[in-house]
Write a protein that binds this ligand. Structure first.
Ligand code: FES
Length: 107
């Protein structure tokens, strides 16, 4: 299992245990973490799973990927260097303890 901590803009933390291999969007939706809708089911086609990877973790997740992910992020609000689509972050054991911050709102 991989632990993921989702932090709302208000500071409220939602910690979930996810099976390895699913995405950070799927783990949030399965555990009813508010603020991650995942409307497109993980196809990088909706940007309702926009998150900010904590500075300590961006080296492990890597930045947004060229192509679909970066293009879709153009539709998200308040995009930053550490912005990712949670559906494009696959939860490997190396990401145990991952911290993802939620934007104030999805588009
Ligand atoms: Fe639609 Fe991530 S779930 S872009």
């Amino acid at each position: 299992m991989t632990k993921v901590n989702y932090i709302e803009a208000s500071g409220k933390v939602y910690s979930v245990e996810a099976e390895a291999g699913i995405s950070a969007m799927e783990a949030a939706v399965k555990n009813a973490v508010p603020g991650i809708d995942g409307d497109c089911g993980g196809a990088a086609a909706c940007a309702t799973c926009h998150v900010y990877v904590d500075d300590e973790w961006i080296g492990k997740t890597g930045p947004a990927q060229d192509g679909l992910e970066k293009s879709m992020l153009e539709f998200a609000e308040d995009v930053r260097e550490t912005s990712r689509l949670a559906c494009q972050i696959s939860l490997t054991p190396a990401l145990d303890g991952l911290v993802l911050k939620l934007p104030e709102k999805q588009h």
